[in-house]
Each structure stands twice: as structure tokens, then as C-alpha cells.
Design a binder for this molecule. Sequence first.
Ligand code: ARG
Length: 458
Amino acid sequence: MKKPWGGRFKDKTAKILEEFSESVSFDRRLWKEDIEGSIAHAKMLHKQGIIDDKELNQLIEGLQEISKEIEEGRFVFRTELEDVHMNIERALIDKIGATGAKLHTARSRNDQVATDLRLYLRKEVSEIVELIHALQKTLISLAEKNIDTLMPGYTHMQKAQPVLLGHHLLAYAWMLKRDLERFKESLKRINQCPLGACAIAGSSLPIDREFTARELGFEGVIPNSMDAVSDRDFVLDVLYAGSVVMMHLSRLCEELIIWSTDEFKFIELPDRFTTGSSMMPQKKNPDPAELIRGKTGRVYGNLISLLTTMKALPLAYNRDMQEDKEPVFDTIDTVNLSLRIINEMLPEIKFHREKLESSAEDGFTTATDLAEYLVRKGIPFRLAHEITGKIVLHCIEHGKKLSEMKIKEFKEFSDKIEEDVYNILTASGSIEAKKSYGSTSKQMLIQQIKLLKKTAGL
Ligand code: ARG
């Protein structure tokens, strides 16, 4: 098959090079954006008097027919035509003849591919923004449903202080808020138009870049033609935002995995989102959570992969940049599916309230409250910490909980301890006693939910 650059060549491309350099097997996913971009470009050529009415109609009809063929699975993509752009252009020329050969006037695949990728990412990132928003909503409604459920909070994976389950869950909702901002921020930079930069230096033909940018819904035109075709920072923004959201989801998944173990028994994962073992009949495995955790590594890899590809490329376009597509497609797919899975799975999880609450009572989780109680009675915090530490040691040695200590026993450690100490020694008392902004009291949680709803536009 004759190449578009055939004029300058005597010999045919090596078969092995065709196989090595093709991208159509994966970039065919840009076909819609490619056709959209071509139609806008054709309209611009027409408006500028570069093609006439008849030619414009032919081009648009031809491109629309191709669009239909692809949509219906009737289009044959050929490896020897390298990428999606040349496949569509060749099909157009085969369909409408010489006019088809005018489409590529004042255009290169370099500005074409950058345009397609931006249009594609604009759509995909907008969808991810919606999915993050939906997951925030799910977390908020879970927090509302569990507004009174207590659990132990952990630091160093050791019991720390009692918290409300809703407070714990909303920590993720706030992370997602920032993820959403990161993706939205990337959209601003994605939505700038490179079309008309041509191969590197622009064109001597009277093109109108503002027109095509407007036609395609871009916010602006990239002012430097070399920058327009040579950078992929807008892709890296997405790969980074994708890495961070996956890191957050992975941490949540890690907790779900731990909480569902026989040792913790904080939650029961839904049958619909677990799998069994082919050998051990009793097993119920948290595979989707493990897979999200596992796929996070791949998404990080995609970021590093493109950063590495780009780091030593001289201006402007280099073929290396074709290597941007597989990582970004993979990240988009992985982030999209992971968000959907978690969002569907979360509302079906059963929280074992009694277990969560009894666990919140164990392990001297209210020791800090006792120290703060002593501070309120005028004892300096460091000393209060020391006294409380001694009380905890006493409890461990005598096999009792803080709340099981008699007042007489307490007095041996500090005469400042009175009957009212028992109010803060239970998990619920500890939580109710919290006063500071952003803390885990119910009142604060209600305020937090309101604020989150407001920022999320809910
Ligand atoms: N398939 C190429 C890519 O994805 C399209 C641009 C090719 N440009 C070129 N001058 N060979 O980057």
C-alpha cells in the first residue's frame, strides 16, 4: 500500500518496521475525535477560501460515512497505514477521490494527534470528575447513615483514640475533593488548541486557528506552534492526578481488606464484590479491593513511563511521543473502572456496629482523654501524660479497663481525679468531649457534612 510520503521514497517500508511502528491497534480509540477535528479543519479551510462549497460538503459527508462505518464495526483498520489518522484519511481519499487529498492542507499529524488527544482527554477527564463526585456522595451518605457509630482510630496501626465511623469515611471524601480539583485543573490546560501549528512552524496558507479552536470548543489557542506539537505535559497532569486518586482508593481498599478479616470483623463485604477459593470452601476474598490496590502500581508506572519518555526529547515532535497513548489509555481505564467499582461496592458493605464499638472501648483508647481531663484540672500536660501512663500500666498489670478503676485507685495517682472522670473514659464520652474544629464529635461531624456538601455542590 502506497504511503502518504511515497514521493520521496524508492523502496517500500520493511514489513517488520510497519509492525514495530504501528499505533493503530491502540490509537484507533481516537477515531471520533479525529473525525471531529477533521470536520472543524475542513470548515476552516472552506471559510478561508482554501476549498469551495462542494469540496467542503464532500469532505464532511465522506467523514460522516466513515464515522458510521467505524461505529457499526464495518471499517477495516490497516496496520500498514500506521495510525488512526492515516487510516481515516486514506479511507476518505478512497471514498471521495481528489477532494479527500485536500483535507490535510495546512495540517500535520503532529498537530492532529495533539488535538485528538486533547479532545479525548477532555471527554474522559470530565467523566472521571463525575465519577469522583458520585463517590463523594456515596461516602457522605454512608457517613450520615452511620452518624452514631463509633470505632477505634489508629496511628501506626495501633489503637489510638475513638472516632466516629462517619469521620473516618469522610476523610476519604475530602481526599476525593482534592482529586476532583486536580482533574478539573488539568482540564483547563487540556482545553487549549494546538491545531494549525502544523508540523512545527505553522503555515504560509491563510488559516484561522481561532476558528477551529472555537469550533472544537477549546478555550484558547496555543500561541507557540513548537510548544503546541511538542509537549505532553497535559497528559502528565492526568497521569499524576490519576496516580493520586488511585493512591487514595488503594488506601481505602487496604482498610476494607483489613476490616473484613476474621481478626477485625469490622465489616462484611458483599457477595457481589467478593470471590471464593477454588480449593478452600470457607473463603470469601476481597479481590476487587486487592485489584484496585494492585493496579495502583501500574498507574504510577504510567506516570513514570511518560515522564521518562519525554525527559530528553529535543524540540519539537519526536516519534517517541507516540508512546504517550498506551499509558494514558490504561490510566484512564483503570481510574474510571476503579471509581465505579468502589462506588457500587461501598453502599453494600455491612458494618458490624457492635464489633466496631466494643473495639473502640478496648486498648485504653481514652487514655488521652484522661490526660486532657487532668490538664483541665490544672496539671501541666507533660505531667498529666506521665500520670496517665502510670495508670494505664497499673490497669494492664491488674487486667482492667480505665473505666473499671475505682475512684480510690485513681486517687493514688492524682488527687485531682473526681467522680466526673467516668464521663470521658468511655468511647462515646471521649467523642462527645471533643471540642476543636475538625474533630470527631458528632456536632463537628454534622458541620463537616454540611461543609462538604456545600463544596461538592450537593
Ligand atoms: N502516531 C503518531 C503519534 O501518535 C502520530 C504523529 C506522527 N507524526 C509523525 N511525524 N510521524 O504520535
